[in-house]
Design a protein around this ligand. Structure first.
Ligand code: HEM
Length: 371
């Protein structure tokens, strides 16, 4: 791309080979012979890949974190601390003294407020990748995160309106796992320069087994929510058995537990494949961490089952679900990566050019190492 095509705050007054003069700013970054053009307003931010990744990592952590706070709502029986939605109580957006135990109102309302933290994180990522002029794939991923949070807020509201019926609670939890998965993909893709060439890192048999492993993980998650649906923690003391899943909890927990072994089995095949083909160190490390997290999560699951699902184990099991999903996704995303790009500062050639213009305009060295 020619730097002279970059749109910014400044009007190009004159241009010579290797030298563009924009208002009072003179720079030698634009070796181009293109006609003088009017530059559009320049947003003054072109964040580096590092900044974009930090924001994406925060978003990933928040996406996983809100499932944990959601589980705290459930195990403290605070699910109807706000008994309607989008208002907290009829006629009030915020908790009302005496409408429900104050602790339940505080826990449920606090969890609702966290949605705004999540929205802020998603917005920050979206603005960062747009400002850095990243490729479409990344912008679409960032956009999906924002839309997903809004949809999740509505599903959460519906689950309150249907008095925390087990399937509504399950359907509220599962999209969060999808958003965690996608946030991990977004985090990975941001690190790959837009002008890099896509490279398949694994042979097709490994990719196929990885698909089976991902499907098995989906079964683990769905059967997990069904175990919860049949389990002791409904989210509010007033929930009747009509709203619970009427299956034997022991049977459900066993189906859930055995589906984990299927998932672990296929994951181990993929990991063995990764080592056999001598994949890069970072991929090997990621695969070992994934197996470790699955084993830890399995151990927590067995422990909580044997102990009769005490309240404190549930948020831990949920937190580890997010970790397992995130690491499966991070590992999965390594199957096809972009390599050898030259846009190593912001991740996009246009973004790097923009950054150079901003640096020149502000008189700082445009090495792209700062924010
Ligand atoms: C990779 C392994 C595992 C993952 C990803 C996983 C994930 C989940 C998920 C997503 C839930 C539902 C949470 C909710 O709806 O709030 C759940 C519930 C549950 N899981 Fe697992 N699980 C795993 C392994 C196990 C194992 C091996 C056991 C042992 C039997 C187990 C026992 C349970 C029990 C008893 C519940 C119900 C908890 C409740 O009533 O809130 N899990 N699991």
């Amino acid at each position: 791309m020619s730097y002279a095509t970059y749109t910014g705050n400044f009007t190009i007054l004159a241009q010579a080979p290797g030298r563009v003069i924009m208002g009072s700013v003179s720079t030698s970054i634009a070796p181009t012979q293109q006609p003088v053009e009017k530059m559009k307003p320049l947003p003054r931010w072109a964040p580096t890949i590092r900044v974009q990744r930090i924001l994406a990592l925060l978003l990933l952590i928040f996406q996983g974190g809100i499932t944990v706070t959601g589980s705290i709502v459930r195990v403290t029986g605070s699910g109807l601390g706000c008994d309607t939605w989008p208002l907290c109580h009829e006629g009030s957006l915020v908790p009302v003294a005496g409408a429900a135990p104050w602790i339940h109102q505080a826990v449920e309302f606090g969890n609702r407020l966290l949605t705004f933290v999540l929205v802020a994180a998603a917005l920050a990522v979206f603005l960062a990748v747009v400002a850095a002029k990243r490729r479409r794939e990344i912008k679409v991923h960032a956009f999906i995160q924002g839309i997903g949070i809004i949809i999740q807020a509505v599903i959460g509201g519906i689950s309150v309106l249907v008095d925390l019926h087990w399937y509504a609670v399950a359907l509220h939890f599962l999209p969060s796992m999808l958003l965690v998965w996608l946030a991990a993909i977004l985090y990975t893709r941001i690190g790959e320069p837009d002008d890099g060439q896509p490279v398949m890192k694994f042979p097709s048999w490994i990719r196929n087994v990885a698909v089976v492993a991902a499907l098995a993980l989906t079964v683990v998650l769905v059967t997990g929510t069904m175990t919860t649906g049949a389990g002791p923690h409904s989210g509010d003391a007033s929930i009747s058995m009509d709203d619970r899943l009427d299956v034997d909890i022991d049977l459900m927990a066993h189906i859930h537990g055995y589906s984990m072994y299927v998932y672990l089995f296929f994951t181990l095949i993929v990991v063995a494949g990764v080592f056999l083909m001598k994949a890069p160190r970072n991929i090997q490390r990621l695969s070992i961490m994934l197996v470790l997290f699955i084993l830890i999560q399995g151990g927590i699951g067995i422990l909580q089952y044997r102990m009769g699902v005490p309240r404190w184990t549930v948020p831990v099991h949920i937190a580890m679900s997010s970790v397992v999903v995130a690491f499966t996704s991070l590992f999965w995303a390594q199957g096809r990566v972009r390599e050898d790009g030259e846009a190593v500062v912001t991740g996009s050639p246009e973004g790097d050019a923009k950054r150079a213009v901003i640096a020149t305009a502000s008189g700082t060295p445009g090495d792209g190492r700062a924010s």
